[in-house]
Design a protein around this ligand. Sequence first.
Ligand code: R5P
Length: 286
Amino acid sequence: MIISGSASQVLAAELAAELDEPLASVEYDRFPDGELLASAPGVAEAETDRAIVVASTVSSDAHLELLQLQDAAREWGAAEVVTVLPYMGYARQDDAFESGHPVSARAVARAISPGADRVLTVNPHEESVCGFFEVPAEPLDAAGRLADPLPADLDDPVFLSPDEGALDIATAARDAYGRGAVDYFEKTRLSGTEVEMTPSDAAVSGRDVVVTDDIIATGSTMSEAVALLRERAAARVFVTCVHPMLAADAYAKLSRAGVEAIYGTDTIERPASEVSVAPVVADALR
Ligand code: R5P
């Protein structure tokens, strides 16, 4: 039985089809005092004893919904509760970056753990966050899926990551596409919305470039990379990522920067979510 958080309904439906498992009917309600109530009224009749709760924790409400749906699955008596975090919120806060700061990724992992027997999460910013859970937790890699929406006629393509940390994503996308070079820029983050980028000697002039990253949040990283590519006379520039958070004006920012297309997966449901990670999640659950 697949039970979906409100932010992951499309992926949950895809996953149910992939696994040929029933998709629970879920009700999302709010009390007059603002408290949430996410419930799955029909689960007790399910003819399966595994509950798969699929919920991207894209907001504080989404975190709460997840905890409630895990608890509802336990109440129903599921023998195993698997929690799928297509996108794990707070994962990038994986350290106490200043004195007095919490390790937020650890705090949320500890909150999620008692309701789960097993956790799966797609391309967390650092795989080490899986170690914060108190139950077995595995990172899943959907980077190969990023090649799917790319046009077949890319001209002498370069798959470029905006920093060295995302190089494996660029490499996986290139390998799945089947041809092209791989390179990366050096990035220094100046603030939450500002980054500085140092170009490598990547030869991009006249070539199509696919910039790949784990997440587009404010779009600052990608737009800085696109501006450099424009200076260096790249031909078409596509941007693609696993998690298309696209907060605030990120989509418009990238469109204004002249990118050919913006692609992402359905770990976060946005207009750019062209690719489903359902096959990757399903493989881990079979
Ligand atoms: C950081 O290293 C990540 O891989 C992303 O590059 C970053 O989080 C994207 O954030 P933004 O879109 O706000 O620049």
